[in-house]
Design a protein around this ligand. Structure first.
Ligand code: Z5A
Length: 212
């Protein structure tokens, strides 16, 4: 059975952490035990250092939108080449907390960086590499932020305005509509229902892809 790359995406507070546990649970029920977990940005020493810079900044130096974008891609390619691809080649399954769709939604939608520039960068860095399945946890930004706030302090990106997160969500929804490897989960429902939806969606996907 060949390894697959499954990614969980969504705004903060969408419930990605719980979704990841549910995905792992369903995979194990399907006798898929060799799992590797990743988070982005992060997942290698260099990528984790970039994560820290992106989330917290340094010495109050303004981080430009383009520099932020390049840092996400630097972290991502470190993770792909040093962790994700080696795992897949050993037939391990990789469960990712965010991947490139985040960049398209946050830097493309939220920060409104130029589409053509982003496409050229993505194609050159990723060279066609993409997840086998993405579960996009869709939630209104206000509700997600309320959940995230209940957990503690907000980081640099989380401090953006609701208008920014509306743009991020719109871009997520737009991209999900045009890519059959992205499945949208209504994450505004109570936890039990969301978990049930993820279970059912993944079971159906596994059957369709010959891994039940
Ligand atoms: N970012 C970017 O801009 N570009 C990129 O390319 C990438 C990332 C890769 C990463 O921060 C930041 O970088 C992120 C996007 C940006 N910033 N923002 N803003 P991170 O990794 O620290 O944060 P995150 O990915 O957004 O994770 P999160 O805040 O932990 O969100 P979450 O994992 O979805 O939330 P959670 O911990 O699962 O749930 C939040 C709380 O809600 C928790 O207490 C749960 O018990 C509760 N919850 C969850 N589901 C429910 C339901 N259904 N009902 C009620 N309560 C619930």
């Amino acid at each position: 059975m060949s390894g697959k790359f499954i990614v969980i995406e969504g705004l903060e507070g969408a419930g990605k952490t719980t979704a990841i546990k549910t995905v792992a649970d369903v995979l194990k029920q399907n006798r898929i035990f060799d799992l590797v977990y990743t988070r982005e940005p992060g997942g290698t020493p260099i990528a984790e250092a970039l994560r820290n810079l992106i989330k917290n900044g340094l010495d109050n130096e303004p981080l430009t939108a383009k520099a932020e974008l390049l840092m996400f891609y630097a972290a991502r390619i470190q993770l792909i080449d040093n962790v994700i691809k080696p795992a897949l080649s050993k037939n391990q399954w990789v469960i990712g907390d965010r991947h490139d769709l985040s960049t398209q939604a946050y830097q493309g939608g939220g920060r409104q960086l130029d589409n053509q520039f982003m496409t050229i960068l993505r194609e050159n860095v990723l060279d066609g590499f993409k997840p086998d399945l993405t579960l996009y946890m869709d939630i209104p930004p206000g509700l997600g932020l309320k959940r995230a706030l209940a957990r503690g302090e907000l980081d640099r990106i989380e401090q953006e305005s609701l208008i920014f997160f509306d743009r991020v969500r719109n871009r997520y929804q737009e991209l999900a509509q045009h890519d059959s490897s992205i499945i949208t989960i209504d994450a505004s429902q109570p936890l039990e229902q969301v978990t049930q939806m993820i279970r059912q969606t993944l079971k159906t996907w596994l059957i369709k892809h010959g891994n039940q």
